[in-house]
Design a protein around this ligand. Structure first.
Ligand code: ADP
Ligand code: MG
Length: 454
């Protein structure tokens, strides 16, 4: 049985990627089959739910390919098995040492204040942030530490700080005795430098080592700051060894943070790394609706015409902060002039924001960027060569052109050296198919997309 499961995991790795395998599949224990049902034990409900929703089909297919006729999967949760030896279950982060309780005050002193608007209730969930939100919720519930650290990353204004604050607030509400320390990496560094100057480094160490939960926002900031990075690494290790939960955020994945030491990176990667994807239209609209409800309370009696929110969700795609700022400005302006928020007022009031989001991405920008990424000549993007090393990047550029611009297939075809629209369609489909299975390719596309959208 174990052989079969081993074999199945190997083929799963090829489909869902090593990282997902380690995070979601490796913690499962395969317990054999009953009839056509394969039984698994998962260390937490969160993991079993996630696997059931996202990987059931692939697991079934992998088991079938390994020779087991399975038509159904069943999961039980058995928390007795901590998924990692270095992260012992710790449902009582409140058990503080005498030294810790003596020092309760300093933690509260140095924790950055939480923005009371950044709660889970105010966080709108959509496809792009679904996993990050679920993981954040899971951590905020407390209970056994199942992934350590939780590493949230994503572009500017996509909700990292919001989620961090929501976790901290929820944990403090659920466990008032727990010592939840939230601060930015900048503040961490500032404290550290201050402690060095005041020769209070032992106090610094002790203070950080006696928290229940450590949350550091924007850790990319300490990359390259060597002594701070070193101290952070030691603090981090000490807390992980004690089974304390750590939550970190950064603007990019651990592996992509330059000037971060390898051992720090690999330590960061051994928890759960999740990214907040760029928003999609539905999420932006949801966020606008949520924010409108809040603003209505602030500006009673203001009317907003139908179609305005949809228009904004469509046009302002850069980041949520800009989107919220636009709405805020609309309300303030409309209340000042005593008018309804309609399309005219929207255009007048937001002309600068709308103009800057009007900068259209050209197909040539996409071709250039993709050519650079794969180290091929720009001319090959439009030329006739059909070798794989050239043809694949070209198809990726076609795919991105379809995704990121409003051009039609024939228009895209013309800009790819006069190719037929069916060639473009074929290229787009090909990349969609490949990216579904090929983790590396999917990651390349994600990076290119992010670079192009900024
Ligand atoms: P980041 O830290 O990733 O740069 P923030 O967490 O500061 O971004 O978010 C920027 C703004 O956008 C905040 O006002 C935040 O409340 C809001 N925001 C981002 N994502 C969401 C979301 N999914 N639902 C509601 N508000 C959001
Ligand atoms: Mg932030």
């Amino acid at each position: 049985m174990n052989d079969i499961w081993g074999q199945a995991q190997e083929s799963l790795a090829a489909h869902i990627g090593k990282h997902n395998l380690t995070t979601w599949i490796a913690p499962l224990t395969f317990q054999g089959t009953e009839g056509h049902c394969a039984n698994f034990a998962a260390p937490t409900r969160f993991i079993s739910d996630w696997v059931r929703r996202h990987y059931a089909e692939q697991i079934q297919a992998a088991l079938n390919a390994a020779g087991l006729e399975v038509r159904q999967l069943a999961f039980t949760v058995s928390p007795q098995q901590p998924p990692r030896a270095d992260a012992p279950a710790d449902d009582a982060p409140a058990k503080t040492s005498p030294a810790a309780s003596r020092r309760a005050a300093p933690v509260d002193d140095i924790s950055a204040p939480l923005d009371s608007r950044f709660t889970f209730d105010n966080f709108v969930v959509g496809k792009p942030n679904e996993l990050a939100h679920a993981a954040a919720r899971r951590v905020a519930e407390g209970g056994p530490v199942t992934f350590n650290p939780l590493f949230l990353y994503g572009g500017v204004g996509l909700g990292k700080t919001h989620l961090m604050h929501a976790i901290a607030a929820e944990m403090r509400a659920r466990q008032p005795e727990a010592r939840v320390l939230y601060l930015s990496a900048e503040q961490f560094m500032y404290r550290f430098v201050q402690a060095l100057r005041d020769r209070a480094i032992m106090d610094f160490k002790e203070m950080f080592r006696t928290v229940s939960v450590l949350m550091v926002d924007d850790v990319q900031f300490i990359a390259g700051k060597n002594s701070t990075q070193e101290e952070f690494f030691h603090t981090f290790n000490a807390l992980v060894d004690q089974g304390k939960q750590i939550v970190l955020s950064a603007d990019r994945a651990p592996g992509e943070i330059k000037e971060m030491e390898e051992r720090v990176k690999s330590r960061l990667q051994c928890g759960l790394v999740v990214d907040l994807h760029p928003t999609d239209y539905e999420l932006r609209l949801g966020i606008l609706q949520n924010k409108t409800d809040l603003l209505r309370a602030q500006y009673p009696g203001l009317q907003i015409a139908t179609g305005v929110l949809e228009f904004l969700a469509h046009r302002i795609t850069s980041n949520v902060r800009v989107l919220e700022g636009a709405l805020q400005r609309l309300f303030a302006f409309a209340s000042l002039v005593g008018r309804e928020i309609d399309m005219d007022l929207t255009h007048d009031c937001l002309i600068d924001i709308l103009r800057s989001s009007d900068k259209k991405l050209s197909i040539e920008d996409i071709q250039r960027r993709v050519a650079e990424h794969y180290n091929i000549k720009l001319a090959d993007m439009v030329g006739p060569r059909r070798t794989r090393t050239v043809a694949r990047p070209r198809q990726i550029a076609m795919y991105l052109a379809k995704q990121l611009t409003t051009r039609s297939l024939p228009e895209i075809g013309r800009r790819f050296g006069g190719r037929d629209h069916t060639t473009i369609m074929h290229g787009v489909r090909k990349i969609e198919e490949l990216a579904a299975d090929d983790h590396g390719l999917a990651e390349d596309i994600r990076l290119l997309r992010r670079a192009l959208e900024n």
